[in-house]
Write a new protein. Structure first.
Length: 481
């Protein structure tokens, strides 16, 4: 058939192996983080194993989207089967970065037609769209027919789910410990809704319906009614005799108990007081990072796997010196040089504290001996000398040690005829070393000029933050990147 096409679905979709085989659905990998371990769903982690692993108290979980390489592997496997048209259905962009990864990978497939669609849904919603397109394809529908159907259904699948426990929402930081405690006492079971790509609380349901048996009503009249029997799954009903009308209660994300008290659905609000007057953080820093651009809460493991780029708005977070080195060089090739160099105090400089104390504090904060890390390595198989400045160490300011490390790296590059790469993140010269700091620029520029005369490449990479005059002095000598 000339218009054959493949249906590729997000790893968060839920369908049985039988359905996958029936409609020939290809699956993008889904990574599952459990504690310090990372698994690939349905590859090295089954559903039964997942629930067994998270049963232990205190275990933290998360998920993350596939890499571009993993997406490319799925696309290539389809093309090897002789199919050059792919319809890719991803989870809502508000919930994951899979759409961005899948769409970017599609641009690198010049010999295939890849249509990536944000379903504005997840799990069962993606499965419903995929199976609808699969039935249409089986009935003779074309690739364009499948694309049109998927676009029409995107955002129209309304999913509702009941969370049986608040335990895992508490572990992930989505609700506080106090909210989980009060929710458990009231036997709150939040109703979660996925609509138009957003996950929100729709309301709640009780652990069991309002009792209707005479014995249950009698116990209620005697004042022994539990919290769960005070709720109703349906609309509030008027009071019977002297008993109070059933009350529908839910706990919102701000830690507020809200309840509908009568048939006019008036809402009463009760603020829960936190123990000892403290409100715990809803998103612990060691688990989540808030994007300063779009406000999205990002799971730290997912953020690291995405090269410190926000999966929603693609804001680029700052990288530390060691993180920058890890991202740039070929794995296992970096050999640090000049590690014994450390700053002295030739001017016996003192401002609010002596210079040696300031150096010691910066070393303790950054874990580095000074504001630059130099070494020999390879990038893409090409041998280079690399210097990366560390803004965490006194703002990446240039003193005698930084100048000496850059100069020695340039000299090694000249001798070995290998490229020199300098990654700047600096606020300028270090005032505590006065004229000695300013003299470093003359030494560096002379070494760079020798590289230029010998035809040895020099690449200057300016990163955020670089605001000082010193890096700007040697930047024009090289090739800005």
């Amino acid at each position: 058939m000339s218009d054959r096409f493949a249906i590729v679905v997000d790893g968060t979709s839920t369908q049985s192996p039988e359905v996958q085989r029936e409609f020939d659905l290809r699956i993008l990998p889904l990574h599952v983080d459990i504690g310090k371990e990372t698994f690939t769903a349905n590859v090295d982690l089954t559903s039964a194993q997942f629930y067994e692993k998270i049963a232990a108290p205190g275990v933290l979980t998360g998920t993350s989207q596939p890499s571009m390489g993993e997406c490319r592997d799925v696309y290539d496997s389809v093309v090897r089967d002789g199919i050059t048209k792919l319809l890719v259905l991803t989870v809502a962009t508000e919930l994951s970065g899979t759409y961005s990864v899948a769409a970017t990978t599609a641009q690198a497939m010049p010999h295939a037609e890849v249509e990536v669609i944000d379903t504005r849904s997840l799990a069962g919603g993606i499965s419903l769209i995929a199976t609808a397109v699969g039935r249409q394809r089986r009935a003779g529908g074309s690739f364009q027919d499948g694309v049109a159907l998927a676009k029409r259904m995107a955002g129209t699948v309304d999913l509702l789910a009941v969370a049986d426990t608040l335990e895992y929402l508490k572990r992930s930081g989505r609700v506080s410990g106090a909210q989980a405690l009060f929710g458990s006492m009231l036997q709150v079971k939040p109703i979660l809704q996925v609509k138009e790509g957003c996950l929100r609380a729709r309301g709640s349901t009780p652990a069991r319906s309002t009792p209707t048996s005479p014995s249950a009503r009698a116990s209620s009249a005697n004042g022994c009614r539990s919290a769960s029997t005070a709720w109703s799954t349906g609309p509030p009903r008027p009071a019977r005799s002297s008993a109070r009308a059933p009350v529908r209660v839910w706990l919102d994300s701000a830690g507020t108990v809200r309840k509908i008290t009568d048939e006019r659905r008036r809402t009463a609000v009760v603020r829960l007081r936190m123990p000892f007057g403290r409100k715990p953080k809803e998103f612990p820093d060691h688990l989540w990072t808030k994007c300063p651009n779009c406000g999205e809460m990002l799971f730290n493991k997912q953020l690291a796997r995405n090269q410190n780029v926000c999966t929603k708005c693609e804001h680029h977070f700052r990288l530390g010196a060691r993180e920058r080195i890890e991202a740039l060089v070929d794995k296992g090739t970096f050999i640090e040089q000049d590690t014994a160099l450390s700053s002295g105090d030739p001017l016996t400089f003192t401002d609010s504290k002596p210079y040696p104390e300031r150096i010691a504090a910066a070393q303790a904060k950054s874990g580095e001996k000074d504001a630059a890390i130099a070494g020999s390595t390879s990038i893409g198989g090409n041998p280079v000398e690399l210097v990366v400045m560390d803004f965490e160490f006194m703002g990446g300011s240039m003193g005698s040690v930084v100048g000496e490390k850059i100069t020695r790296a340039a000299e090694r590059a000249f001798i070995e005829r290998r490229a020199l790469v300098i990654v700047s993140a600096s606020g300028g010269a270090r005032m505590q070393e006065g004229t000695l700091a300013l003299m470093q620029m003359g030494k560096i520029v002379s070494a760079l000029a020798r590289l230029d005369e010998a035809g040895v490449p020099f690449v200057s990479v300016i990163t955020d933050p670089t605001t000082g005059e010193a890096p700007d002095r040697f930047r024009p000598v090289g090739v800005p990147a």
